[in-house]
Design a protein around this ligand. Sequence first.
Ligand SMILES: Cc1ncc(COP(=O)(O)O)c(C=O)c1O
Length: 417
Amino acid sequence: MTIKELFNDYVQDLQTYIMFRIKQMASDLKPQLDKINRTPIFLSMGAPTQNPPEFVINKLKEALTIEGIHTYSSPKGEKYFLDAVKIRMKNRFGVELDSNKQIFSLIGSKEGIANIIRELINPKNDEKERDIILVPDPGYASYKEMVKVSGGVGYSLPLTKDNNYMPDLEEIINKLKSDGYDEKKIKALIVNYPNNPLGVGATREYLQNVVDFCKKRNILLISDAAYCDMYFDEKDKPISILELEGAMDIAVEFHSFSKPFAMTGWRIGWVCGNEEACSMFGKLKSTIDTGIFKGIQYAASQVLNSNEGEKYIIKANEDFKIKQEIALNGFKELGWDFSQVNIPNATFYLWLPIPKRYKTSWDFTCDVLKTSGVVLVPGHAFGDYGEGFFRISIVCSEEKLKEVFKRLKDDGFYYNK
Ligand SMILES: Cc1ncc(COP(=O)(O)O)c(C=O)c1O
C-alpha cells in the first residue's frame, strides 16, 4: 500500500487546480521562452495585477499596532467587519441583514463555496446515488471539482448563446432525469452573474425565476457574486440575488474583496443571506478554522464603505474597459468576428472561439504559450460546454497587452488562417 492510497478516492482523483498547473507550465518554459524574446505574459489567472487601494494598505499598517489585534479572531468575523458588510449590502443593494445571524466572514469566497458544498453533500461512491449540485457550465473551474471532492455530482447548467446564457431550469431537470439521476438528490444550484469565464450577466426576471424554482423544490440557491462590482455601464450594474422576493428563504450569496479591490492575496470575503444556512455553515467553520487575521478584517471593513474604495472601483473598471478595447481591436485585427461573439459588459475576461485550424482548446493554448509566451486558459477547464473556446484575463498593463497582440500577429495566430 502506498501513502497515496491512504487518501480518499475523491482526493486521489483530484488534479491540482488548472490555473496553477498552467502557471507551472509557463514557469517551466520560461528559460526557453526568454531566449526567443517571448518571456511569459500571464493572462490566465482572474487576478487583478494592480495594487489594492493605498487607503486599505495604510489601514492595515495602522491596524498592526492596535491593542489585541494579533490574537485569534472570532470565526464568524469581528463585529466591525460584520457591521461594515451589513452597511455595504444595504447601501449597494438595498438588502437588510442581521449582522449577527446572516453574515459570516470567509478566507476568500473560494473557501466559503468549497465548505458550503462540503456541508451539503453526503458522500457516496455510486455515482447515481450521489447528491447533486447544479453548476454553471462554462463556469468557475473550481465548482465541479469542489463538488467531486466532496463526494457529489456537479451537474451542468449549460450557458450558451442559444439560451442567452440563462438556461431553462425545468429543461435541465428533464435532462438530468433522462441521464438517470434522481431529481430529489439536488441539494443546491449555483449561479454566478456576472459570470466567469463568459463575462455575461442575467436579467432580474431570470434571477427571480431561479429563486422561485429553488423555493418550489427546496434547493439551496448559492449566488457567487465575486464580480458584482466589475461592470462598465450603470445600466448593467449587477444586482444581489438577495434583493429578490423570497430569496432570503433559500439563498446565500458569496462576496469577495479580491476582484473589486485587487486584494486577492489578503484572503477575505463574506457569505450572507439565509439565516439557517449561515448558522449551519458557521458550525463547520468554527470547527475547522479560527477566522481571519483581525488586522485584515479591520482594514477591509474600513475600505468597504469608503469614498476611497468607491473611487478605486470606478477607476479600475474604467481601466479594464480601456484594456477590453485594446484586446477587442487586437483580436479583430487577427480576424475574430465580433458579430458572432459576446462582448462582456462586466468582468475582465474575454471568451473567444479558438481559431479554425485547431481541434481542441488545449492544442491552441499550448501552441500560443510555447510559441508566443502568452498564457491563456483552454475553455474545457470551465466545463464540457467550454471546449472550442479559450479565456483571456485582461489583467496585465496596457503596454503588455499591446505586446501580446504584437506577438500573436508576428507569430501568425490568425483566426481564419
Ligand atoms: C467566480 C469566482 N468565484 C470565486 C472566486 C474566488 O475568489 P476569492 O479570491 O474571493 O476566493 C473566483 C476567483 O477567480 C471566481 O472567479
